[in-house]
Design a protein around this ligand. Structure first.
Ligand SMILES: [Zn+2]
Ligand SMILES: [Zn+2]
Length: 287
């Protein structure tokens, strides 16, 4: 097992490894008796097959939690990948030169030591849609890895086709971007990219009803694993806490748009007034 300047590999247990790209995005490799499941593939700055082959010789099936570029563009290095159909358009939208170039510039500013490791032009000109076959996953579908069975759980919110993956035998849940600890969750993009708050809340409450099936939660960013109370706190935030305290929030700006940033316990939520107004059912004022 080894790491590179771009991807750090960590062993969580005999059958579970984490590959963290540029200190930011976690992909997980879950190894079954018949095949291995790779959950997310990062931006794909390099082909991670050598890292995977150093861990397992099983056939690898790539599944994506959602269509954001930081989890999906790495599919370019794979022959096949699986995603929920509601997020495929989102991923295709991100499969362009500007998206790759913009993020690489940002990464190089943050981690200048990466410059020599990434072939910038080759990366920016790569297109998963030319190289890779897409397949679709649906809510409740079971992926059979041999001795392990992984359920796809549709959790719309951060994106409409967001999937979490629950390994039935051990209760390990891979929660993507929808459930994290002290890491920002984007909810300020346009309606075609991100679901209404009520939809998010419904997803989280459905997950809460299945809490006894869950033992550990592995998110796609920041601290991992995280505690179950993060789910309770995110539900509380959407259910009543945001409405009570949004007036204290400060503006947030980034290359994808503007919003406000809300902190509550483990929750770090970036949202728009438009989204909040739609949820509350009335115009809001910040005076
Ligand atoms: Zn995301
Ligand atoms: Zn992400």
């Amino acid at each position: 097992m080894y790491s590179t300047g771009i991807n750090k590999v960590e062993r969580i247990s005999d059958d579970l490894y984490m590959i963290t790209e540029t200190e930011s995005i976690h992909s997980y490799l879950l190894i079954g008796e018949d095949k291995a499941l790779l959950i997310d593939a990062g931006w794909g700055y390099e082909d991670i097959h050598p890292l995977i082959e150093d861990i397992t010789d099983r056939e690898v099936m790539l599944v994506l939690t959602h269509g954001d570029p930081d989890h999906g563009l790495g599919a370019v290095h794979f022959k096949d990948f699986y995603i929920h159909p509601l997020d495929y358009g989102k991923l295709l939208n991100n499969d362009n030169y500007e998206e790759r170039k913009g993020m690489l510039k940002h990464r190089f500013e943050k981690l200048p030591e990466l410059v020599g490791f990434i072939d910038e032009e080759a990366y920016c000109h790569s297109r998963f849609s030319k190289e890779t076959n897409v397949h679709f996953l649906f809510d409740h579908q079971i992926i059979d890895l041999g001795n392990k069975h992984v359920e796809c759980i549709l959790t719309p919110g951060h994106s409409y086709g967001h999937l979490m993956f629950l390994e039935k035998e051990t209760g390990r849940l891979f929660s993507g971007d929808q459930l994290v600890d002290h890491h920002n969750i984007w909810h300020f993009l346009s309606h075609d990219e991100q679901a209404p708050f009520q939809t998010t809340l419904n997803s989280l409450k459905s997950l809460k009803e299945r809490e006894t099936e869950i033992t550990k939660i592995y998110p796609a960013h920041a601290k991992t694993p995280i505690e179950k109370k993060c789910l309770d706190e995110l539900i509380e935030c959407f259910e009543y806490e945001l409405e009570a305290n949004y007036r204290n929030d400060l503006p947030f700006h980034c290359y994808r748009g503007d919003g406000y940033r809300h902190f509550y316990r483990s929750v770090d939520l970036i949202y728009s007034d438009e989204r909040l107004e739609e949820y509350l059912g009335h115009p809001i004022s910040r005076d």
